[in-house]
Design a protein around this ligand. Structure first.
Ligand code: NAD
Length: 472
């Protein structure tokens, strides 16, 4: 794979732009590549190509679209290693994690290749009533920088399966692996079915107001999600919004602290805590609070922070400079306001965007480290004595993406989990997602769902046909 030149994919062909944007390796803070900065004409060509392709793609038999998804999975699988290494360079995550991300995208494509659209038939008042699910048209797919590949494939797979075509835009911070995926898939699927374009901060807003799109599938922050929703209103574009989270985990006193501590640590800090569904507030019963805190501090002290391309690295850098500054500022404010911040982890020298792992020991519920989504490795631990009070505090958030309950009493944990106002709740688990299960947020964490059959139907219109039954 040539990782020297990065081109967009429009109508199945390489497309170069007249301007480029710099791409920085967050482990060094240095520019290492450049990506096309799509002009309005490039965007218009991508939308036109997708519109032209839609006319025939929507008419292909479902089996043909399913087998196209299987071929896409095979093409990605054949390129896992170079794609994973590139993902590490632009995103910062360790190569093992980058490989996992590509392989998960492969799995998502393969699973969607086996899904089918339902058709409901009812009979009433002498009529046969058929409800079908028809594709929407051209999808505007916008992805963030934390899981650029997974979150793109979550959109592409169901959209194409349902008969839509796509124009995909990665984050300007992580455009490269997505552009290469576009390149790898040229020739694997018909031209125009999947177009990949990249650009600076102006490209997203230009896409969301573009009249050629039928739907916007967006993953990113809640603040941007609101802007996307406003710009979709002009022509009532369909919307799926997967937004921010400030997920709470509640740990009941009967757990085996040593057994669960590594899992809780992973759920909070994997991908350097840049996960929408990471544990971001940890409510712990007072009977075990100190032991769990000390165990998490010990794990943090033994976690290697560094360049994701080094084999021993467990946590990479923060992905980009503005986010690094936000996380640093949150940490500085916590310290300046005398919160008990416990920092661990040796940071590599050089210009990379590295931050330590920080555990904040029982801060007030109103502190910013508790109320805001840090999207970086700062975990507030909060003490409780009454589980109903813990649930109330967990629910006291504008977000509602995910949550977790930890207990050996599965019945009590399940009852507690059901009281969390979030789209996803794990019991004695975290981060696990399945392509078969709908994923979405309550409150300001999103609108609609991705994944599962529900996720596929989100790329369709329902059409009900009322057919007279022949007189007998
Ligand atoms: P972001 O909102 O800054 O950017 C996301 C994408 O939107 C990028 O591609 C960006 O270029 C584009 N964009 C920016 N402004 C736009 C506008 N006005 N109109 C259209 N597009 C625009 O988010 P981010 O910083 O890349 O990602 C981090 C956030 O994403 C966190 O809040 C995280 O919780 C959230 N996230 C949510 C999920 C989920 O599934 N719920 C998954 C991953 C990340």
């Amino acid at each position: 794979m040539n990782t020297e030149e990065f081109t967009m994919t429009i109508d199945g062909r390489a497309a170069r732009a007249s301007a480029m944007i710099d791409v920085v390796n967050p482990a060094t803070g240095k520019v290492f590549a450049s990506a096309p900065n799509a002009s309005q004409a490039d965007l218009d060509s991508a939308v036109a190509a997708a519109n032209a392709a839609f006319a025939s793609w929507r008419r292909r038999p479902l089996e043909e679209r399913q087998s196209a998804l299987s071929r896409m999975a095979e093409a990605l699988e054949a390129n896992v290693e170079p794609l994973a290494r590139l993902l590490t360079r632009e995103q910062g995550k360790p190569v093992v994690a980058a490989r996992q991300e590509i392989l998960q995208a492969v799995y998502w494509l393969k699973t969607h290749a086996r899904l089918a659209l339902p058709a409901a038939v009812r009979e009433a008042a002498g009529r046969r009533i058929e409800t079908r699910y028809t594709p929407l048209g051209v999808i505007c797919a916008i992805a963030p920088w934390n899981f650029p590949v997974n979150l793109a494939v979550w959109k592409i797979a169901p959209a194409l399966l349902a008969g839509n075509t796509v124009v995909l835009k990665p984050s300007p911070f992580t455009p490269l692996t997505t552009l290469k995926i576009g390149e790898v898939l040229r020739g694997v699927i018909p031209p125009g079915v999947l177009n990949v374009i990249s650009g600076d901060d102006s490209l997203g807003p230009r896409m969301t107001i573009h009249p050629g799109f039928a739907k916007i599938a967006f993953t990113g922050s809640s603040a941007t999600g609101k802007k996307v929703m406003a710009s979709a209103a002009g022509d009532l574009k369909r919307l799926t919004l997967e937004l921010g989270g400030n997920d709470a985990a509640i740990v009941l006193p009967d757990v085996d602290v040593d057994a669960i501590a590594p899992q809780i640590f992973n759920g909070a800090f994997y991908n350097t805590a840049q996960i929408c569904i990471a544990t971001k507030r940890l409510y712990v019963h007072e009977a075990i609070y100190d032991r769990l805190r000390d165990r998490l501090i010990e794990i943090a002290a033994n976690t290697a922070i560094g360049d994701g391309s080094e084999p021993e690295t467990v946590l990479g850098p923060i992905q980009n400079l503005p986010q690094y500054r936000r996380v640093r500022a949150l940490l500085d404010e916590a310290k300046a306001t005398d919160l008990a911040v416990i920092e661990r982890g040796a940071l590599p020298a050089g210009g990379g965007y590295f931050v330590p792992i920080a555990i904040v020991d029982n801060p007030p519920d109103t502190s910013r480290v508790v109320t805001e989504e840090a999207f970086g490795p700062i975990l507030p631990m909060l003490k409780f004595s009454d589980v109903d009070d813990a649930v109330r505090r967990a629910n006291d958030s504008e977000y509602g993406l995910a949550g977790a309950v930890w207990s050996n009493d599965i019945e009590l944990a399940t009852e507690t989990a059901a009281q969390l106002e979030t789209g996803n709740v794990w019991i004695n688990d975290n981060l696990f997602l399945s392509p078969h299960a709908p994923f979405g947020g309550h409150k300001q964490s999103g609108l609609g769902v991705e994944n599962g059959l529900e996720g596929v139907l989100a790329y369709t219109n329902t059409q009900t046909l009322y057919i007279p039954k022949p007189a007998t």
